[in-house]
Design a protein. Sequence first.
Length: 249
Amino acid sequence: MTNNTEDNTENPSKSIKVWDLPVRIFHWALVVLFITAYITNSLGSDYFIYHLWSGYTLIILVSFRIVWGLVGTYHARFNHFVKNPVATAKYALSVFKKKDTHYLGHNPLGAVMVVILLVATLVQAITGLFTNDEIFNVGPLYAYISDELSLQLTSLHRQLFYWILGAIALHILAVIFHVVLKRDNIVRAMFTGKKNLPTSEDSQPQPSDDRVSIKSSKIMLAIFILAVLIAILAVVILTAPEAVTDMEY
């Protein structure tokens, strides 16, 4: 699985495993959950419980990805793909050139987007635990704060959605740019986990450490991390005091 040769008459290349199974599942599950959270919120208060469970799952998934960025497989780790501001700026200036550095994992600009989306989504999901719709529903941790602070967090929760939506739009445009203009099918890679190591002269070679092919998806470690995160969130939710609001008669 490490260095399989693929037939490509135009650009002979080697296929290597870049994205592990947990990263791929996280990516597509995040897409589904974001859509689900939006729909359940749009349908009104009767669907609040489903919106809430979408939020729980988002907290677990994003928390998992952050932990996975510290202990996961090679290309998933932050210390591999997050670059310093100078390196990121240099890459940004070269991205429209014909010969730019090719990254098998996240490129420096992609790394910035990953961090922004993770932080923004986690903050939005956590603020949802304290929300108050001023009608019937409150978040499970509402009792820990004042009604005024709850309303402020509710406003932040709503506003962050549009910022996240904008970041997603930029992400989609970047994907289209890479697939259409750079001929780098990063969408397929997020399904298969494999990317081609280019040997053509159209791209500068990527850093040598970017050529690493992962040997395992570390499934058992991923399951353990998920179990711990689920347990932590369950304890936080189940031990929270019952919310009493002015809406109750």
